[in-house]
Write a protein that binds this ligand. Structure first.
Ligand code: HAM
Length: 441
């Protein structure tokens, strides 16, 4: 029994999940690169006020979910709960507006939120995100949505719905906010969370899981959009239709971060349970300025890697994850250990001559040789790790410059001549064999 367990809400990543993440990372990077997004890696912790200012004081993330701590010099820091604020901080700090004529960036890494853990919701989770800075046009919003969709469709995730809304600009949002406050004042039995939010953040009442079905004929943001915001929203939708990207306008989509303006979206899957948002994002035209930069309208999204992989479980993605064939190096005579070890190293270093000679494909995993194991237990081990071939070093064959190659599936064995230089090296350099023998004794 282990004394320690991974902290609540965190999980170890290994086996198929680790392979799946590697593939998701690879596919996302390919899609980001195709669209000319460049990678930025930011620290895992930042000044706490970076997040309170950007995400918003009255949001769940800032009110109750951040991991805040003081370092030894009393600086107040927080583990990053999301990546947008850090990316914008880096953009301003390094004057990317001067050096990067196109402001497209991507990031990947761990995020931290003290949430109540459940399937698809963790306290430490992985995001891959893309941010398109300095482009106010609706085509930037659409490109961001298409990048997210492309990653999910490359992973063969089919049961997705894109939810789209506009939150307008601060001007039209103020009108919407007032309409909501007036509307909610007429509802008597609001839950405690809603009562608390009504004053600080009335938009969040719209996505309350407890109360939302009490809200009939609730005002919509669309009724309040100013002409510019309405035009922007119509153009986004026209472009999405033009490229055959299905979506639904969802008036209740408000998002849990305060920096959004105009377009917001979530891509939801029907196959992953209640935490169904695989990725989400939107436009944040005022954030760069609010954090001390210029007025730089921007848009972005982040996908939750664990949730995306949960959706992948339904479509056979994990079965299709192929690892390379394993070739096991076995010893029939231990005195050949050094020769077998050197041979394994030659194979690992990609010596294609040897591979060709013994009919091994390009992509193989080499395992062995092991000391102090009978040939029988070496074969058992080779079976356990699913080796496709075993190469056996035996004295009789080796003295003739040969090794045995055993096909673990058909059990067929054949003798194969070692390339001359492998054998010559052994004859010329017997010292290492001797030293090894002495050490063993
Ligand atoms: P978010 O909606 O908070 O947005 O998170 C984006 C995605 O991260 C979610 O859709 C979900 O898949 C995943 N996620 C969030 N919280 C958790 C959790 N506790 N456990 C597992 N997965 C989770 C943002 O973070 C924004 N920064 C997105 C953005 C980028 N907006 C503009 N640019």
């Amino acid at each position: 029994m282990s004394i320690y367990k991974a902290p609540r809400g965190t999980h170890d990543i290994f086996g198929k999940l680790a392979l799946g993440l590697e593939k998701l990372d690879l596919i996302s990077r390919q899609v980001f690169r195709k669209h000319n997004f460049k990678e930025v890696r930011t620290p895992i912790f930042e000044d706490v006020s970076l997040f309170t200012r950007s995400i918003g004081e009255a949001t769940d993330i800032v009110e109750k979910e951040m991991y805040v701590f003081e370092d030894r010099k009393g600086r107040k820091l927080a583990l990053r709960p999301e990546g947008t604020a850090s990316l914008v901080r880096a953009y301003i700090e390094h004057r990317f507006d001067m050096t990067e004529p196109i402001g497209k960036f991507f990031y990947s890494g761990e995020m931290f939120r003290y949430e109540r853990p459940q399937a698809g919701r963790y306290r430490q989770f992985l995001q891959m995100g893309a941010e398109y800075l300095a482009n106010p046009s609706p085509n930037a919003d659409v490109e961001i949505i298409l990048v997210a969709k492309e990653i999910l469709s490359t992973l063969n995730i089919k049961d997705i719905t894109i939810h789209l809304n506009s939150l307008g600009c601060p001007k039209c949002r103020a009108e919407f906010r007032q309409k909501l406050v007036d509307y909610f004042a007429s509802i008597s039995d609001l839950c405690e969370d809603c009562k608390r939010r009504l004053e600080k953040n009335p938009l969040r009442l719209l996505d309350c899981k407890i109360d939302s079905n009490k809200f009939q004929n609730v005002p919509t943001m669309q009724e309040c959009l100013c002409d510019d915001c309405n035009n922007h929203f119509q153009q986004v939708q026209a472009l999405l239709k033009r490229v055959d990207c299905d979506y639904i306008v969802d008036h209740k989509l408000v998002r849990g971060l305060d920096y959004y303006t105009r377009t917001v979206f979530e891509v939801r899957s029907s196959s992953v349970g209640s935490q169904d948002a695989l990725c989400a994002g939107g436009r944040y035209d005022n954030l760069v300025k609010e954090l001390g930069g210029q007025q730089i309208p921007s848009v972005g999204f982040a996908l939750g890697c664990e949730r995306v992989l949960m959706a992948c479980e339904q479509n056979g993605f994990f079965d299709s994850l192929q690892t390379d064939d394993v070739v096991f190096i076995a010893l029939a005579d231990e005195e050949l250990f050094v020769d077998a070890f050197t041979f394994a190293n030659d194979l690992i270093l990609n010596n294609n001559d040897i591979r060709k000679d013994i009919c091994l494909s390009e992509n193989i995993i080499i395992e062995g040789p092991f000391l102090n194991k009978s040939l029988k237990s070496q074969f058992k081990l080779a079976d356990k790790i699913g080796a496709k071939k075993t190469i056996i070093f035996g004295k009789n064959e080796f003295d003739k410059g040969k090794i045995i190659v055993k096909d673990m599936v058909t059990q067929e064995q054949k003798e194969v001549k070692l390339p001359d230089y492998c054998f010559n090296r052994q004859i010329c350099n017997t010292d290492s064999n001797e030293v090894f023998k002495n050490v063993k004794k």
